[in-house]
Design a protein around this ligand. Sequence first.
Ligand code: NI
Length: 191
Amino acid sequence: MEEPGLTLSLRKNAVIHEILQMGDPRLLRIAKPVTRFDTPELHQLITDMMETMHAANGAGLAAPQIGVDLRVVIFGFERNPRYPQAEAVPTTILINPTLFALESDMQEDWEGCLSVPGLRGIVPRFKKIRYSGFDPFGASIDRTVEGFHARVVQHECDHLEGMLYPMRIKDFSRFGFTRALFPDGALAEDA
Ligand code: NI
């Protein structure tokens, strides 16, 4: 009888990486563009990022968070225990992204980050954006999105500019430890 998970494990050996934490200077770099697509190295990086994100229940992950200085982000989930209210976001691998705000309206909502474990803050983000970039094979991606999808893309792409969400907080009275902010345990702990 075939063991569940065997197919997955035969595909590629994924490595779960340590996620760098705020304070590590590698999170502050401006990441470099990917110049070669569809390479074994790029596919391996993405496999590792996916495993690392899933192991941490992340909604997204940027390559700099595992110390890789490249403009690669991944995001997406059906349901996420860290963001139980969020609508599903399609699983996406986005390379060399460009973002455009389509409306000047900003929307405030809670954010966390795997590099800032145990904390949450209210972060203003553009409500509606258009983003473009490439998939790992070099095919172009071009989407117009809003809501949590727009938020997660802005958060992940910020990582490529050395920007962490606390740097975007305007109201520090709504920044704190998840456990203290949500004592009923409505949100899954970050770490
Ligand atoms: Ni983050």
